[in-house]
Each structure stands twice: as C-alpha cells, then as structure tokens.
Ligand binder design. Structure first.
Ligand code: ABN
Length: 174
C-alpha cells in the first residue's frame, strides 16, 4: 500500500502549496451557504402529506376522527362487519347505552349520539377509538363511556363493538 500513501502524500502537498488556508475556509463557507439555499427547493416527495390532507377523516365512519365518534370509547362496528348505526350480523344491540353530544362540522349543528355496544361475539379488536367529549368519571355512570353496556343484556354480555346512532338534533335558537 506504499504507492497509495505516496500518491495521497503528493496530492496533499501539492494542494497545500496551491490552496491557501483562507481560500479553503472560504470554499467551505460557500458550500454551506449554497446548501442552505438549495435544500428547501429540492423536489421532496410530499405526496403522502397531500393524500392525508386530501381526505377529511371527520367524514369517514371507519376513522376514529369521524364527527359522530367524539365520545366513543371502544371498537368501531364499521370495521367489524356492521355499520355506523347497525350491529354486525350475529350480535345484538345493548339495551342500555351512553349518550354524548357531537358537533357536525358539515352543517354546524350539534347532535345527540347514542353509543350502543353490540353484544354476543368476542371483542372485535379492530379500529379501537377513545374520544371523551363531555364524558365524566366512572362514579357518574350515566355519563361515563368506559363501560361494557352489554352487561344489561340477558342472553349475552360479551362486548364486540360500538355503534354511534343519531337520536336527536339541537333545536334552532329562536
Ligand atoms: N362501551 C365500550 C366498552 C366496552 C367494554 C369495556 C369498555 C368500554
């Protein structure tokens, strides 16, 4: 490897003779400033961000951010074979429930939403969500959402998933 060492020694000596320390520092400075100006205009891939921004999850009933789920704690029935207001086949709707109020961003009104659990099949375990608008601690059971509402069903009290049915709308202020 002597030839390798000799080669680089010669190149280094030649560079040291022809390039002053000041011009070397100026070169490094130019490189840094150039990079700072050039980097922001390089074509970064922003497609992922655009796609996420393009889809409004507040209007997607399979997403936790769907407007009706503002006080839902559980697994979405829309991901478990049911719909936003109907239990999946083979399960039955809970006889008791927790009711929350959610704002619909598309018409500006507030709606009363009934969060019924669907009972009679093992826990779905898909699309687990936990939003707690207006929810209160467990010692106020009627306004607490972290409860298995299937407990009141006589045939089965195994929790599967939760639906969010609209049961009322705010009245226009007169
Ligand atoms: N209401 C949904 C749920 C079910 C079981 C346990 C906690 C929350």
């Amino acid at each position: 490897m002597k030839w390798f060492d000799d080669f680089f020694e010669r190149r280094s000596r030649r560079a040291a003779q022809s390039i002053s320390r000041r011009s070397a520092i100026a070169g490094v400075g130019k490189l840094l400033v150039g990079t700072a100006f050039l980097l922001p205009v390089l074509p970064f891939d922003r497609i992922g961000k655009a796609t996420a921004a393009g889809k409004d999850k507040r209007n997607d009933d399979t997403a936790c951010e769907y407007w009706r789920y503002c006080a839902l704690d559980g697994f979405l029935c829309t991901c478990c074979g049911g719909s936003v207001s109907a239990c999946p086949p083979g399960t039955e709707v809970s006889k008791v429930t927790w009711v929350g109020t959610c704002h619909n961003p598309y018409d500006g009104k507030s709606y009363l939403i009934s969060y019924n659990d669907c009972c009679g099949a093992t826990t779905c375990n898909r699309c687990g969500c936990n939003f707690n608008e207006g929810e209160r601690p467990g010692y106020r059971m009627g306004v607490h959402n972290d409860i298995n509402w299937c407990m009141a069903n006589s045939s089965t009290n195994t929790y599967h998933c939760t639906v969010a049915a609209v049961v009322g709308v705010e009245e226009a202020k007169g």
